[in-house]
Design a protein around this ligand. Structure first.
Ligand code: C2E
Ligand code: CA
Ligand code: CA
Length: 721
């Protein structure tokens, strides 16, 4: 800053020449010179530029700083210039010097800001003060900018911002907060807070909590509360933060804070929670909620509970047959009934599909769990109205007690399920309480399953054959092949003893396909007029390779396709009619015949007869059994036979044990008869012998007593197949 070229002309004309110098004069001159010296030094060193004009407008004095700041030509300092010259320069830089005592500022080309002030001197002249105020101006501008930035942030923030006095009187509130409370202006809002501030929070304890947090922690962080919008009184959720603004000695002078609308988030959470805790269809508790409740009880040292698991017996059928709407109606009715019986303290949950659970916590182990379970079973035996029809669904119930039956929630649930499983396998619509014997039985079942996997390779399966007799001819028309298992330790097992294990273990298709292969091979070796019927389970029918498998079995055995009948039950048709119909067509294309087994036990049997290409109907044993005593059965059988006749189907009656039954069926015109009366299922060996014998009898009708059957014969036949 000291490199300024010091261009100043001393007081021009300040000391008019021509005065006679004396001693005093010399002294005063010296004093004057000194004063001038001081003045010059001062003028040289101050940061202001100074120009002094005489009354005539001539510049009397100008320091270098003024020349520099005003960017005047250098000669200003030396040459005589007048105020108008300066004014011209200033005009060129957009600053006008109007009235005296006025000030102005100008921005120079290089960006520096210069302030200029013109004051009148008492002697008639003028003094011009020039100053570089760039730094101050910049500071001001920055301050202004910052202020306007903050103001904009404050005003335009999406969250509410406020400043209150410590007593709660509002000082400032931004637009978001004003609008949040239903107002347009800050004044309206302030007025509302003054008259009604205490009633903002829905929970009347909230202000106290807020004050407590401020007092103890000096701030409030992310406090979520429900409030009433001041004007509308609409309930909204907020998240708020607050803190104190303190003076230098630390005393709070303001409370400041932010308020965010959390309504959507809170409602979203509540919805999610509600969603997670409730089964949307039935309104019962969800599995998630149920497991939480179960865990809470079983983790409590003194917790006790009874757990019921419930499974509907015929849900799948209803769902498949009558559609999902019907299925939903059943599930809703189930949830309703369970809730009514279980009472408000119990947790009724839908665990998935048609599986329900009821948790009764805190009840003593001595409560009559078995009676409650029986109530559930009974309630589910009552018909449910679906689309105007009463349908009986039925349910099985498993029960397990905590802590008597299990150590934790997982085990408790497993044991209730085991009891449920037991209830289902010992006949539907039953309730069972867990006991430890059940567990053993399950283990045995698992063992049976493992052994069954070995049955085909170990060659311990066998087919028995039961004759089907022509009503008119009284001769054997063919046989139904029925599976038996020569279990290595348990002995000879009937299908009822192992087929559901096979079904559950996913082995049914393998076993069933084996039966088809074996029956084809064995039948191919029988006289050509003898047919064979093989049972096909629903899962086997639905398995992808069934058509190919039958084709292969026929090809391998050389059995003529027309001699093979496959017996299907209605359940085969339930899941997808379109697929079932296609598979059936493919089988029929092979030349195979199809029989509808167990006819009369299912749902809409008669409509199936018309819709699917069966060539035979087998009337279920249950109709035949009551034939002599129940006239209604006769009527039903008559109707079936007539309908089947109209549709060009054969009718076989199953389970005939008495002559009376046989006589009635003959009279009704049933085509074929099957039952113990005509022969029990027998080993292949036996039927070949029987057939051989009867054909011999035909050849040698008049010579009885011939030794037709010998052990040697039997062995030969058996080994060849
Ligand atoms: P189903 O197809 O209804 O077979 C007829 C059942 O009735 C056979 O029982 C047979 O022994 C029995 N039965 C025949 N006549 C009479 C009678 O006059 N009185 C009585 N009380 N019962 C009679 P079995 O052999 O125990 O077979 C039971 C079921 O096992 C069969 O019922 C069939 O559904 C299934 N099954 C048997 N073998 C096979 C097979 O190879 N594959 C498939 N998928 N299922 C089979
Ligand atoms: Ca059958
Ligand atoms: Ca049957």
């Amino acid at each position: 800053m000291t490199q300024h070229r010091f261009a100043i002309s001393p007081f021009r004309q300040a000391l008019p020449d021509g005065h006679s110098p004396g001693v005093e004069l010399a002294e005063s001159k010296a004093r004057l010179g000194q004063a001038q010296e001081h003045l010059l030094t001062t003028l040289r060193s101050i940061r202001q530029g100074i120009m002094i004009f005489g009354p005539d407008g001539q510049v009397h004095l100008c320091n270098a700083r003024a020349v520099e700041l005003l960017q005047l030509p250098a000669h200003f300092a030396e040459d005589a210039i007048d105020l108008s010259d300066v004014a011209a320069v200033l005009t060129a830089t957009d600053v006008s010097l109007g009235a005296d005592g006025q000030s102005a500022s100008m921005r120079r080309g290089d960006g520096q800001v210069i302030s200029i002030q013109l004051n009148r001197l008492t002697g008639g002249g003028k003094v011009l003060l020039v100053e570089d105020i760039t730094a101050e101006r910049r500071r001001d501008e920055n301050l202004q900018l910052a202020e306007s930035e903050y103001r904009s942030l404050f005003e335009n923030a999406v969250c509410g911002i406020y400043r209150d006095k410590p007593d709660g009187t509002p000082v400032r509130a931004n637009r978001a907060l004003v609008n949040f409370n239903g107002y347009e202006t800050e004044a309206e809002y302030n007025a509302a807070v003054k008259s009604n501030g205490g009633n903002w929070y829905v929970d009347s304890d909230r202000p106290r909590l807020f004050q407590h947090l401020m007092a103890t922690q000096g701030e409030v962080r992310d406090l979520v509360s429900e409030v009433y919008s001041h004007r509308t009184r609409k309930r909204l959720w907020i998240t708020e933060n607050a803190w104190y603004v303190r003076d230098q000695s630390g005393n709070p002078i303001y409370t400041e804070g932010t308020i965010q609308d959390a309504t959507e988030r809170v409602q979203g959470l509540a919805e999610v929670e509600q969603h997670a805790n409730t089964d949307q269809l039935t309104g019962a508790a969800s599995r998630f909620h149920f497991m939480n409740a179960l865990n809470a009880v079983t983790r409590d040292l003194r917790g006790t509970c009874v757990l019921f698991t419930i499974d509907l017996d015929k849900f799948k059928e209803v769902n498949d047959m009558l559609g999902h709407g019907a299925g939903d109606a059943v599930l809703n009715a189930t949830a309703r009934r369970l809730r009514t019986l279980a009472g408000p303290a119990a947790t009724v949950a839908r665990l998935g599909g048609d599986e329900f659970a009821v948790l009764m916590a805190g009840v003593s182990a001595t409560m009559n769990a078995d009676m409650i379970a029986a109530d559930f079973v009974n309630a589910m035996r009552q018909p449910i109205e679906i689309e105007g029809h009463n349908t009986i669904i039925g349910a099985s119930v498993g029960v397990a007690l905590f802590p008597a039956h299990a150590a934790d929630s997982t085990e408790l649930l497993n044991h209730a399920d085991l009891a449920l499983y037991h209830a289902k396998t010992s006949g539907k619509s039953k309730a069972c309480i867990f006991d430890h014997v059940m567990k053993n039985r399950l283990q045995q079942r698992k063992a049976l399953e493992a052994e069954l996997r070995e049955a085909i390779p170990a060659n311990t399966l066998e087919l028995y054959y039961q004759p089907i007799v022509g009503t008119a001819s009284a001769k054997v028309h063919g046989f139904e092949a029925l599976m038996r298992w020569n279990h290595p330790r348990r002995g000879f097992l009937q299908p009822g003893q192992f087929l559901d294990v096979a079904e559950e273990a996913g082995l049914m298709t393998e076993l069933g396909n084996w039966a088809i292969r074996r029956a084809c091979r064995q039948t191919a070796a029988l006289p050509a007029h003898i047919a064979v019927a093989v049972n096909v389970s629903p899962s086997q029918f639905r398995s992808s390779g069934i058509v190919d498998h039958v084709k292969q079995a026929l090809a391998d055995s050389g059995l003529e396709a027309g001699r093979l009948t496959l017996e299907l039950t209605e359940t085969v048709l339930l899941s997808s009619e379109a697929i079932a119909a296609r598979v059936m067509d493919q089988l029929i294309d092979l030349g195979v015949k199809l029989a509808l087994d167990d006819f009369g036990t299912g749902y809409s049997s008669l409509s199936y007869l018309q819709r699917f290409a069966f060539s035979r109907v087998k009337i279920d044993r249950s109709f035949v059994a009551g034939l002599e005593t129940k006239p209604a059965n006769t009527a039903i059988i008559r109707a079936i036979i007539r309908l089947a006749g109209d549709l060009g189907m054969d009718v076989v009656a199953e389970g005939i044990e008495t002559e009376a039954q046989a006589a009635l069926l003959r009279a009704e015109g049933c085509d074929f008869l099957q039952g113990y009366l005509f022969g029990r299922p027998k080993p292949y060996l036996d039927i070949t012998a029987d057939l051989a014998m009867s054909s011999l009898r035909e050849i040698l009708p008049s010579k009885p007593g011939l030794p037709l059957e010998t052990h040697a014969q039997r062995r030969t036949v058996h080994n060849s197949l």
